[in-house]
Design a protein around this ligand. Structure first.
Ligand SMILES: NC(=O)c1ccc[n+]([C@@H]2O[C@H](COP(=O)([O-])OP(=O)(O)OC[C@H]3O[C@@H](n4cnc5c(N)ncnc54)[C@H](O)[C@@H]3O)[C@@H](O)[C@H]2O)c1
Length: 242
């Protein structure tokens, strides 16, 4: 039985990734920030598929929290075969109005967290001579986006991180890839004004917003042996966004 650890697994894209990997037979450890009820509900849904679930309360921007989370997953499941760095936040605004807290919260949650989680799982993956690390970046990490300089920088950083770690640990059998979603319907995008949503839709070739499943299915592929010769890549899941 393989084991996957997903950050930010109790809602949105992370929750659907957790359920999709559970259906594929992985035991699932996932973290959540504060909503214990949602985490318990997700864990119960995961276990309905016949695998085990472990929800762990964690702030991924805090290294000691991350170390504790990874240890808890290892204590329960033995080892971690797949790490999905999904947790992320936005604090949008024009640069001149962006506070230092808005900058550091986004960089710490979206980017520094991946340093902490990846460092915490790498040694075991090296020992096992296999492992899959999948980082959820964003199309705006490639294109940039007005009003999201902090978020776009964090997601662009995650792409550089992905390619570098892939290069460093490829010889140990570890694949590191990124998935770059476009506009996916979740609580994160729900709060955007209607005119912003309409402008996005205009730029999407398939003329529909993505669903969390669209991202989760690509993560499932990158977690599986079917993608064993793919590393250091960024897979765009945007419906053909221009
Ligand atoms: N929704 C989109 O259109 C879209 C597009 C591109 C990329 N993404 C990325 O996909 C990922 C998931 O986004 P989503 O749309 O599901 O958003 P969401 O807001 O619904 O979920 C984000 C998750 O991250 C968790 N999280 C936030 N801060 C955390 C912290 N400090 N510690 C632990 N967990 C924390 C939250 O609890 C939540 O479970 C994010 O990295 C986001 O940047 C989303």
């Amino acid at each position: 039985m393989s084991v996957a650890l997903i950050t930010g697994g109790s809602r949105g894209i992370g929750r659907v990734i957790a359920l999709t990997l559970a259906e594929a037979g992985y035991d699932i450890a996932f973290c959540y920030t504060s909503n214990e009820t949602a985490a318990k509900e997700t864990a119960a849904e995961i276990e309905k598929t016949g695998v085990k679930a472990l929800p762990i309360k964690t702030d991924v921007s805090n290294e000691s929290d991350v170390t504790t989370m990874v240890q808890a997953a290892k204590d329960t499941f033995g080892s971690i075969d797949v790490l999905v760095n999904n947790a992320g936040i936005t604090r949008d605004g024009l640069l001149l109005r962006m506070s230092d807290k808005d900058i550091s919260d986004v960089l710490n949650t979206n980017l520094k967290s991946a340093f902490y989680t990846t460092k915490a799982v790498l040694r075991d993956m090296m020992k096992n001579r296999r492992g899959k690390i999948i980082n959820i970046t964003s199309i705006v990490g490639i294109t940039g986006n007005a009003g999201q300089s902090n978020y776009a920088a964090s997601k662009a950083g995650l792409i550089g991180f992905t390619k570098s770690v892939a290069d460093e640990y490829g010889s140990k059998g570890i694949c590191v890839n990124a998935v770059a979603p476009g506009f996916i319907e979740t609580e994160m995008t729900e709060k955007l004004p209607e005119e912003v949503k309409a402008a996005y839709l205009e730029r999407i070739g398939l003329k529909r917003f993505g669903a969390p499943e669209d991202v989760a299915n690509v993560v499932k592929f990158l977690a599986s042996p079917d993608s064993d010769y793919i590393t250091g890549q960024v897979i765009e899941v945007t419906g053909g966004m221009r």
